[in-house]
Design a protein around this ligand. Sequence first.
Ligand code: MG
Length: 419
Amino acid sequence: MASLTLRFAARTDTGLRRSSNQDSGYASARLIAIADGMGGAAAGDLASATTMNIVRTLDRESTDDDPRSALLQAVRDANRRLGEIASADPSVEGMGTTLEAMLWTGERFITAHIGDSRSYRLRDGELTQLSHDHTFVQSLVDEGKITAAEARVHPHRSLLLRVLLGRADNDPDIGELEGQAGDRYLLCSDGLTDMTDDATIAEALGLDTLEQAADRLVELALAGGGLDNVTVVIGELVETADEPAEPQLVGAAADGPRRRPAAAETTATIPPPPDVEELRYSYVPPPRMGWLRYGLVVGLALLVLVAAAVVLYRASQSQYFVGVSNDHVAIYRGVDADLPLIPLNSVAQETDIPLSALTSVNRDLVIDGIEARDRADADATVARLRATRAKPQPKPKPSPTPSASATTSTPTPINPSTP
Ligand code: MG
């Protein structure tokens, strides 16, 4: 079987609203790529051109050993270069670029993706989106909060979550993809996908020649409003290449970065208008829990705690136990337990029975607390304690009903559970 190779076509257009083209595109028999630059004093063209010029060096190298690592390394090299440029020139700090690249190994594609530029495959007339946007609205779709249709018209649809900014953690998604003869692959910037829909893209991508398809796609973007730079790169897997065509480089990477004002010129008295593309990156995702929601949750938790304390307190106040107060036997209302800040018991009655008058066994029981079912039960327990005192205290009058057990020589522990 003859090995497959890519036929290709690349087109770009500044669009109807932008003053410069910050997209870059590249196409060859083994590599198709697109970068949509943005941000930082309108240095998006510098970001996309720098990235594209580094990634396309893959085309001159043998990547047979490990094409996956080779592509990842090329993207990392480009990203590091963006960081170096920004460090050397603060005026371009914040510039960034998306990147969509497909490297054909002869057997399969290695793909790199970061940002919201897209890759599509047209196979047997069916269009499939291969890339997954690194955007805020896509994250909402993934979480099931909005539909794909709502995402298309969402006011924050252009806000990006991942992009090459020259920072260490800006790694692309790297993937692999099988390909077959006749497949057409489209890489495009959001200047196309924001201006048209998948059905229209599928129809245009299926036109007879790649050149017709590329031209038609750019026309569609302009007809849809042309609000952004639009770049399309198409690759088709074919069994025989007619003849090796020259690679195509389009957009900022082909034009070269625009002249930038010198530092002295940038200190104008009138501040420049905000860069629309820069705004794409100024978005910070809202915290998962805003202050208002945080306050509500804390308030609700406190309410539950207070309610639980009230229930506990009320339940405790219907119970009694016999314990010690001022070294005397006492009847307590509540439960024999302590909670910080919440009193669970109070003295209902302090008796005239000194703790020292009890047998050692009963004294220990009282110190530990003797539970009672109700007030009458507590009174009965006190009566039994009174009757089983070890040494009757001298009293002005003898007890009116001396108990027989009071005179027994063996101290008898009372049984709190038996009245
Ligand atoms: Mg764009």
